[in-house]
Write a new protein. Structure first.
Length: 245
């Protein structure tokens, strides 16, 4: 354990434990075992390591969607969380640099006339996103002609897309690739519509001192190989380690 100022620990852990907000809606970050209910993943490992360095226990608050996870930290019901960097979220959160980079991709039916990324943003095209996800926020700003339709969560996007007879599903590449393999009759468009920067975030009202400590922690975890080892341990493929800030 590091010898840290008591004031810093109080800022980060006002309840005496590190309350970490975990989003199991993004399989790159965390996963809930259906048989046991156990939560695991790179964000869980980072939460426990940060708590160890602070000399406290980690207390996990687990959510099914990014929006719920963000709300917990924004509202000070949690002390730290694991999110994609987004300016809207930045109104209430202070972010670290990213630790992992992942791609946002589009999925269509095999018989869809849409072949290229640039063909998605057209009048009459309905794009399904997970409500409150990073790609919901991004596409809400960037799509000019297509209409966004929101599924209840990111894992529900592809089934929602099929059940509602919509045109395009948008999501984390690894997740929609797995859904395409599971369901058949679907294809991913080449390329990606966004690069998702997965970072840690603290409530803005905890101040720059607390945020700066978590930023240094993330850089240390990248530099030491902790993030790379965690991704390998949890068999996460296709995610890139973000460069050092």
């Amino acid at each position: 354990m590091l010898h840290l100022p008591a004031e810093l620990i109080q800022k980060l852990c006002p309840n005496g434990v590190l309350r970490a907000s975990i989003n199991v809606g993004n399989p790159i970050l965390a996963h809930r075992d259906k048989a046991t209910g156990t939560i695991s993943g790179v964000s869980v490992d980072l939460a426990h390591e940060l708590a160890r360095r602070l000399g406290v226990e980690a207390e996990l608050s687990v959510f099914d969607t990014a929006a719920e996870s963000v709300e917990a930290v924004s509202g000070n019901q949690a002390d730290v969380g694991f999110f994609a960097i987004d300016p809207k979220r930045g109104e209430a959160l202070l972010f670290t640099a990213p630790y992992v980079l992942i791609k946002g991709a589009y999925l269509v039916r095999d018989n869809s006339p849409i072949r290229h990324l640039e063909e998605v943003d057209q009048p009459g095209i309905r794009v399904v996103v997970g409500q409150g996800s990073a790609y919901d926020l991004h596409l809400s700003r960037t799509l000019e002609h297509a209409r966004i339709v929101r599924a209840p969560s990111s894992p529900a996007v592809v089934d929602f897309f099929l059940n509602k007879g919509l045109d395009v599903a948008a999501g984390v590449r690894q997740q929609i690739e797995a859904d395409a393999a599971r369901l058949g009759g679907l294809r991913l468009l080449d390329g990606h519509f966004m690069q998702i920067q997965q970072a840690m975030g603290t409530p803005r009202n905890r101040g720059e001192g607390a945020a700066a400590f978590v930023r240094r922690f993330v850089e240390d975890m990248k530099k030491q190989g902790f993030v790379a080892e965690a991704l390998a341990r949890h068999d996460i493929r296709g995610a890139e380690i973000a460069p050092l800030a």
